[in-house]
Design a protein around this ligand. Sequence first.
Ligand SMILES: Cc1ncc(COP(=O)(O)O)c(C=O)c1O
Length: 375
Amino acid sequence: MFKQNIEKTIDRNILLNPGPATTSARVKSALIVPDICPREQEFGDLLGVVKNKALQVVSADSRYKAVLIGGSGTAAIEACLSSCTNEKAVLILENGAYGERMKKICDALKIPADVIKANWGDPIDQQALKTHLEQNAQKYHVMAFIHHETTVGILNDLSSLHRLAKQYKLKTLVDAMSSYAGIEIDLSKDDVDYLVSSSNKCIQGMAGLGICIVKEQVLNEISQYPKRSFYLDLSNNYSSQEKNNQFAFTPPVQILYALNEAFDEFFEAGGTTARASRYEELYLQMKSGMLELGFECLVPEHLQAKILTAFRWPESSNFTFEEMHDYLYLKGITIYPGKNAKEKSFRISNIGELNSEDISFFLDNLKSFLQSKRH
Ligand SMILES: Cc1ncc(COP(=O)(O)O)c(C=O)c1O
């Protein structure tokens, strides 16, 4: 065997955007593996191992299968939406950009879809939803919604929305992109039909793989439904991965190795409970520092997911978001602009391999920036 020695020292950046998140040195190192053809048995075995770990994160029992999709999180959402209905419509609950995106995906794929909409930043009105379902449920096959709506950091009530959909015999499709592994989800209790996430948010792997966790019975049903996409046909991706032990198309090979390491790191650190409590501590530290600096939260405390916080843009300021961003960026800190919320805002996330010193470093630098603008 030939050997190669690879050593590299790199800067560690503090990403306060809601993913791709800051990753550990351990996960980064896992990217460096011997080149391998993804059709080899060894790689197929890794795929099987990673899928099992993906299921374990959300206590998915033997009713569930995991399907990995090469691409960003949106590819995984699109794979599920494109495959989830025969003729009937999808009912989408929208209170942010990712609910809106689901509708855009359905429109692009010519899937009939209705939207129940709340202001971005407000919770879904469950009474209005119930009234709508009472009169219209027979039109729909699936109800789709976002768990943590990253647009403003609001947590939608997965359990009660899922229960409501089930009262009307609808399938449930949940975008758990930025909650999976960071907020407790228990599929043995809330048995949603499709749960979607990606490799680069709270699981703290690298970007490049979507994770679909779907009931096996549903995967069997949808194999008969019309194909609206070739690459993103969930059924084809599933059967290739399940029966041939291979991705249907060339996967992001090294990303799978890094994801495997990220899962190990996650379980060794105590799983979702431990991660959620670390994130909560970072959130509390960050939020109290931001309030001290004079910023205000956009979303009331009881709706906060504690993963990402939207702050009102201080209208009286004599600087722009870009100036604030660029100042921090030079120090290795990335903050995130707002996204068409009900008010002008900017966002700070607290996911990823971050610690309390990182948050202090961010707050100190933000304070210096604000002071530099006072003169
Ligand atoms: C809730 C939610 N859904 C979907 C997406 C889209 O994921 P991606 O940007 O990986 O396509 C994001 C990205 O931040 C998200 O937060």
